[in-house]
Design a binder for this molecule. Structure first.
Ligand code: CS2
Length: 488
């Protein structure tokens, strides 16, 4: 007998021990549009909304849109938008079927459909996980890339947009005309002050696209900041097979994650919000201390580990972190960065947690996944704490080394001589120096001209280029892991 596909009709027949939606999905009304429906959204926000629906707040169903590919819709659309959330820690694993997504759509196929959903008066919140590159901005300087083809397109074709700004602006215009309540825009991307950045970039776009909406956006549209935290590796075929064996049904795209999660949100929702606090979500007045802690400690270390993985040919975070030299280096990196954090957050407790999270072998979090789009990640993860340490005259050798590791990883060749693929459109569009032929001085000099990463202030810092060149030279002469041996 062939094994069925996950769907509403399969739910009553799932084996015991697998949690299923505790509510009637037919009674759920849409209240949220999510932009950027990837694995992270499905292992984080959509799960907490599933809890909310289970507690009887049934007007917060999710309409999930992908701004690019049809993959998620093609996978979960035929499953009544159901999917499996698989939580893994060491040997233990628990499965849960999530029902909070009511519809999955692919914006490029039918932009009007997404604009209609965004303009629906029942929708009150738009959440976003479009990744760093989805903001189409120079993140080092927080300004929109006006020359980006998609921004140009949206300015020319406002009725069939491609970018988050084009869609949001079209909906804001229509809602205002219809007298619908203003949206609250909740960025859940790994950017510092993500809400403020989104708001500033949207205003910048509106100034060009439709200046008549600028004052309305500035006054009426809330953009709370949020810090999100959960490690969600890309799903593998082995994950699909394990999940199918346990469900007795196939799921084209389950998501796998660690047990740890955190979601800290600025409590600014003038038109209401779900009671996420009952699922452990924290609402605070100021998210900045939490996002600094997370971006610098977890994501900064991740970016360093990803670079080591690419250079030394190590596949997963646990593989890199299992090397005592890498581990000592990351510990040192954390000791340098910790003093840049606000005492309001429990930095030491968070760091201890990270040691276990990075060592979790069950996750198989691939370094190539984290290395993607690294040029968009380095400013907020590495350069921000580095600038503060340098300004304060404090030791910063490990943070500098992390930066040099990223630069070396951009050579796209491991120390074993194997080519590595760089999934980073912004980097690939830049004319990068040939690391096989140039001197360390010339390579660093060229990188300091990569203005999506390094603002002009970096060239002006006395001694910086020389120190970075030195760290780079150490990696290229000794090898990445051996170069880390100096840290204790
Ligand atoms: C990672 C993050 O891929 C990356 O850049 O650093 O996705 C990280 O796993 C999450 O932010 C954890 O909360």
């Amino acid at each position: 007998m062939s094994i069925p596909r996950l769907s509403e009709s399969v739910l009553p027949r799932l084996p015991p021990g697998i949690a299923v939606p505790a509510y009637d999905r037919a009674q759920v009304a849409p209240g949220i549009v999510h932009l950027g429906v990837g694995a992270f959204h499905r292992a984080h926000q959509a799960l907490f909304i599933d809890d909310v629906l289970g507690r009887g707040e049934t007007d917060w169903g999710i309409i999930a849109a992908s701004l690019r590919s049809a993959d998620t819709r093609d996978a979960i659309g035929p499953q009544d938008n159901l999917y499996t959330y698989c939580e893994r820690n060491g040997e233990s694993e628990s499965l849960r079927i999530v029902g909070s997504i009511l519809e999955t759509l692919v914006a490029p196929e039918d932009p009007e459909r997404l604009i209609r959903w965004l303009s629906d008066p029942r929708i009150r919140i738009v959440t976003l996980t479009v990744t760093e590159k989805g903001y189409l901005a120079n993140l080092a300087e927080r300004r929109l890339l006006h020359d980006h083809p998609d921004i140009r397109w949206d300015l020319a074709q406002p009725e069939a947009p491609r970018t988050i700004y084009g869609f949001l602006l079209a909906a804001i215009r229509r809602r205002r005309a219809d007298g619908a309540m203003p949206l609250t825009l909740l960025s859940c991307d790994n950017l510092p002050a993500n809400g403020r950045v989104l708001r500033a970039l949207l205003l910048e776009f509106a100034e060009r696209a439709d200046p008549s909406l600028v004052a309305h956006i500035a006054q009426d549209i809330a953009c709370p900041c949020a810090m999100v935290d959960r490690i969600v590796p890309a799903t593998s075929d082995a994950d699909r097979a394990t999940v199918a064996a346990r469900l007795g049904a196939t799921d084209a795209w389950p998501v796998v994650a660690e047990p740890y999660f955190r979601w800290v949100i600025e409590d600014r929702f003038p038109h209401g919000r779900p009671k996420l606090e009952f699922s452990g979500v924290e609402f605070v007045a100021n998210v900045e201390p939490y996002e600094h802690m997370k971006l610098r400690m977890l994501n900064g270390a991740h970016t360093a580990i990803a670079a080591i993985g690419q250079i030394a040919g190590l596949e997963t975070v646990a593989d890199v972190y299992g090397d005592p030299r890498a581990r000592r280096f990351i510990d040192r990196y954390w000791r340098e960065v910790a003093p840049t954090l606000s005492p309001e957050t429990d930095g030491p407790g968070y760091t201890r947690g990270l040691q276990d999270r990075f060592a979790n072998p069950a996750l198989r979090h691939r370094t190539v996944q984290i290395a993607s789009d690294a040029s968009q990640k380095v400013p907020q993860r590495l350069l921000a704490p580095l600038a503060e340490r340098m300004r304060d005259g404090q030791a910063h050798g490990a943070v500098l080394m992390a930066l040099a590791l990223w630069i070396r990883s951009c050579a796209a060749r491991s120390e074993g001589g194997l080519p590595t693929v760089i999934h980073d459109p912004a980097f690939n569009a830049w004319h990068s120096p040939d690391q096989a032929t140039l001197s360390p001085e010339a390579i660093i000099d060229a990188f300091l001209g990569f203005d999506l990463v390094f603002g002009p202030e970096w060239r002006a810092k006395p001694g910086f280029a020389a120190a970075l060149t030195e760290a780079y030279r150490r990696i290229s002469t000794a090898g990445a892991l051996a170069a880390l041996d100096q840290f204790d």
